[in-house]
Design a protein around this ligand. Structure first.
Ligand code: NAD
Length: 339
C-alpha cells in the first residue's frame, strides 16, 4: 500500500522510521506547511515527492492511505479530504477537539467505505500488551480493581512547546492514552469522576489529573497522571499497572517488571521493550509501539478487519476525556455514554 504522511513534526519522525520497517505498506510522499521541516524530513528519509499543501498532494498522488501526524485542530479537515479521495486513514491522537468532529470524521470515512484508525499506541506497548494478554487470558481470574498510573517530571515541553500553551493539557495529551489502556483492560466505562490541578506555573493547562472509573464489567479503576512529579528514578514514559482479580494480582512496576501472584504461585518477568535500531531511551517503549500499531493498521487493511483502535472505538476513549474535563469542572460524576 502506498501512503502519504501529513505533518513532518516531532513525532512523525518515529512514524517514518517505523513505516520503513512495515510489511505491505510504505510512505511515498510527504506534506508539511513548514518548508524547513518538510525538506529536512524528506532528506532524512529519502522521500522525494513533497508538498506544502495536502489537497494538492492528494490530487497529484495515487495513494491507498494517508498518515495524519499533525496536531488536533487540522485533523477533521484532513480526514474529510482523505475520505473524499476514498483513502484509508491513520490519524494521530487526540483524534478530534470535540465529540461532534470525531463522529463526523468516522462517518465521512465510513461513507467512503474505507478504514480510519487512531494512532492510539499506548495499549500496543509490548510491556502493557503482555499484561493485557495475561488479564484477558484469565491469569488473575475476574479483575475487580485496577490502577493505571503515569507520574513523571520529564520535560515534555522542550520537544512539544504547544503542550504548554493549550487550555487543556495532561488529560487531552497523556491521560487519553492511560484511559485507553484502562478500556483495553476493563472495557467500557459507565461513570467517571475526576479532579485536576495545575502545579507548574509556566503552563496554561492542568498537569495533574486523578480519575475514578466505574466500568460496565464491574471493575473500579483509578487512573492517575502527573507531569509535576519529581522523583528518582524517573519512570517516563512508563505506565505502571496494578490489578486485583478474584484469583490473584498483577503488577507492572517501574523498570518493566511484571509480577503475577495467583493460585499460590509468583512469577516475575522482565518485559522490557526492545531497543529498535532507530530508537532512543527513554522513548524506545513508545517508539516500538509505533511500529506495532502501524503494522496492525497495514494487516487490518490487507485482511479487511476493523483495527482495534479504529475511529469508532476511539469515540469511547475521547468521551472519557470529555467526561473527565466536565467532572473536574463541575464536581459531578459524569456518564461518558451520554456525551
Ligand atoms: P508538531 O507541532 O511537532 O508537528 C506537527 C506538524 O504538522 C508541524 O510540522 C506542522 O507544520 C504540520 N502541520 C500542521 N497543520 C498542517 C496541515 N494542515 N498540513 C500540513 N502540515 C501541517 O507536533 P507533534 O509533537 O509531532 O504532534 C503531532 C501529533 O502527534 C499531536 O496530535 C500529538 O498529540 C501526537 N503525539 C502522539 C504521541 C504518541 O505517543 N501517540 C506522542 C507525541 C505526539
Amino acid at each position: 500500500m502506498k501512503g502519504a504522511l501529513i505533518g513532518c513534526g516531532f513525532f512523525a519522525q518515529n512514524q517514518l522510521h517505523a513505516w520503513a520497517e512495515i510489511e505491505g505498506a510504505g510512505i511515498v510522499a510527504l506534506c508539511d506547511t513548514d518548508e524547513a521541516r518538510l525538506s529536512d524530513t524528506a532528506r532524512r528519509f529519502g522521500i522525494e515527492r513533497t508538498y506544502r499543501d495536502a489537497a494538492a498532494m492528494l490530487d497529484a498522488e495515487a495513494l491507498d492511505f494517508v498518515d495524519i501526524a499533525t496536531t488536533a485542530p487540522s485533523h477533521r479537515p484532513l480526514v474529510e479530504m482523505a475520505a473524499k479521495k476514498s483513502l484509508h486513514v491513520i490519524c494521530q491522537k487526540p483524534f478530534a477537539e470535540t465529540m461532534e468532529d470525531a463522529r463526523a470524521m468516522v462517518a465521512a470515512v465510513d461513507d467512503a467505505g474505507r478504514v480510519v484508525m487512531v494512532h492510539e499506541n499506548f495499549r500496543w506497548q509490548s510491556p502493557v500488551r503482555r499484561a493485557i494478554d495475561m488479564v484477558r487470558g484469565g491469569a488473575i481470574g475476574e479483575p475487580f480493581f485496577g490502577r493505571v498510573s503515569f507520574r513523571s517530571g520529564y520535560d515534555v515541553f522542550s520537544g512539544q512547546p504547544y503542550l504548554a500553551e493549550g487550555e487543556r493539557f495532561i488529560i487531552e495529551d497523556l491521560g487519553i492514552h492511560i484511559l485507553d489502556i484502562a478500556r483495553a483492560f476493563f472495557g467500557d466505562v459507565d461513570r467517571l469522576a475526576a479532579t485536576t490541578r495545575r502545579v507548574n506555573p509556566k503552563i496554561r493547562g492542568e498537569d495533574v489529573a486523578t480519575m475514578l472509573l466505574s466500568h460496565a464489567s464491574g471493575v473500579t479503576s483509578v487512573i492517575d497522571c502527573s507531569y509535576a512529579t519529581k522523583r528518582e528514578p524517573e519512570t517516563f514514559p512508563q505506565s505502571l499497572v496494578e490489578i486485583d482479580g478474584t484469583e490473584g494480582t498483577l503488577r507492572l512496576d517501574a523498570g518493566y517488571r511484571l509480577t503475577i501472584q495467583a493460585k499460590g504461585e509468583e512469577s516475575v518477568v522482565d518485559v522490557s521493550p526492545p531497543l529498535l535500531s532507530w530508537a532512543e531511551r527513554p522513548w524506545h517503549n513508545i517508539q516500538e509501539s509505533v511500529r506495532t500499531i502501524q503494522q496492525h493498521f497495514a494487516n487490518c487493511i490487507a485482511e479487511g478487519q476493523e483495527p482495534e483502535t479504529s475511529g469508532r472505538d476511539n469515540l469511547k476513549t475521547l468521551a472519557l476525556v470529555e467526561a473527565a474535563y466536565r467532572s473536574a469542572a463541575t464536581g459531578e460524576t459524569v456518564r461518558p455514554g451520554e456525551l
